[in-house]
Design a protein around this ligand. Structure first.
Ligand code: PBG
Length: 322
């Protein structure tokens, strides 16, 4: 007890503080999400996400090369289609933007991990993550389309696929279809506990994927639930998920902790577009210190139990940590 015990003794210098730090960030924790579209030389800033861009396959390779110099080792790709339709058929088109981007990246930087997001909402005319009939998002008819999309991404060279649609049974459908096509070594990072969140707002502008009617609450989770998140994670692990994700991160740190403590598996967390844009907006006004806020945010997510951090801050964070 005081005056013998003085916690401040270990806070006296940077060297001491760093020696006793419990949670350490490393560039290898980070996954950098990127948006790919068709074309050449495209580098269009996304209005709702400052300093994030729509890229064509060639500029994607440049961006990933630069990110790699910063220390980033893994990327997550989202696709912007040329045309949308009812079923989202460009999602599983081998010549679509994501597939083209994956091939270009694996050729230029075979050591960078390429993860692809598997969902239909960027590709469907109605903006929902599944097949729609009579105003309803149908579960089972969607599974085959997701599985085909995963196979198309694997064929292009993706190292992992990340289903973000929240249909029931999709991990099982994707696993068995990948295995049947000879892709049994392609891992699944499932968005296992994905909430119906206001914090995806900027992403929907980035991906042009806002639902044209209704919302996503019939498939994404209710923000009030955590026991249900554990059931979702249990199901995905049983179905063969290699890694599970909680999304968003900041408003769900308790969910990350519960998943980690309950299952003891490697947990990923997605520091989503709204979290990114809020921080940048405040920093641009000089209201918070940008670099400190980024590192504090990522440290909090890791301290909560996530060891894989999906974040649009990846390049900057890697540089700060490098
Ligand atoms: C597609 C998908 C979304 C995000 C990742 N995959 C949007 C959504 O579900 O509406 C959000 C990512 C972000 O906000 O950064 N289903």
């Amino acid at each position: 007890m005081f005056p013998v015990t003085r916690p401040r003794r270990l806070r006296r210098s940077a060297a001491l503080r760093e020696m006793v730090r419990e949670t350490r960030l490393a560039p290898t924790d980070l996954i950098y999400p990127l948006f790919v579209r068709h074309g050449k030389g495209v580098r269009t800033e996304i209005g709702s996400m400052p300093e994030q861009f729509h890229l064509s396959p060639d500029t994607l390779v440049e961006e990933v090369g630069a990110a790699r110099e910063d220390g980033v080792r893994a990327v997550l790709l989202f696709g912007i289609p040329e045309a949308k339709d009812e079923r989202g058929s460009e999602a599983w088109d081998d010549g679509a933007a994501v597939q083209t981007g994956v091939r270009a990246l694996k050729k230029a930087y075979p050591d960078v991990l390429v993860i692809t997001d598997i969902c239909l909402c960027e590709y469907t005319s109605h903006g929902h993550c599944g097949v729609v009939r009579d105003g309803k998002v149908l579960n089972d008819p969607t599974l085959e389309l997701l599985a085909q999309t995963a196979v198309s991404h694997a064929r292009a060279g993706a190292d992992l696929v990340a289903p973000s649609d929240m249909m029931d049974g999709r991990v099982d459908a994707i696993r068995s279809t990948l295995d049947g096509e000879g892709f049994d070594d392609i891992a699944i990072l499932s968005y296992a506990a994905k909430y119906a969140s206001a914090f995806y707002g900027p992403f929907r502008e980035a991906a042009g994927s806002a639902p044209q009617f209704g919302d996503r609450r019939s498939y994404q989770m209710d923000p009030g639930n955590v026991e249900e998140a554990l059931r979702e994670v249990a199901l995905d692990l049983e179905e063969g998920a290699d890694l599970v994700m909680v999304k968003p991160a900041l408003a769900y740190l308790d969910v990350i902790r519960r998943v980690k403590d309950t299952f003891g598996v490697t947990v990923a967390a997605y520091n989503v577009s709204g979290e990114y844009s809020m921080l940048l907006a405040a920093a641009q006004r000089g209201w918070i210190d940008r670099e400190r806020a980024i590192l504090e945010t990522l440290t909090a997510i890791k301290r909560a139990g996530a060891s894989i951090l999906l974040t649009y801050h990846a390049r900057e964070a890697a540089r700060l940590l490098g």
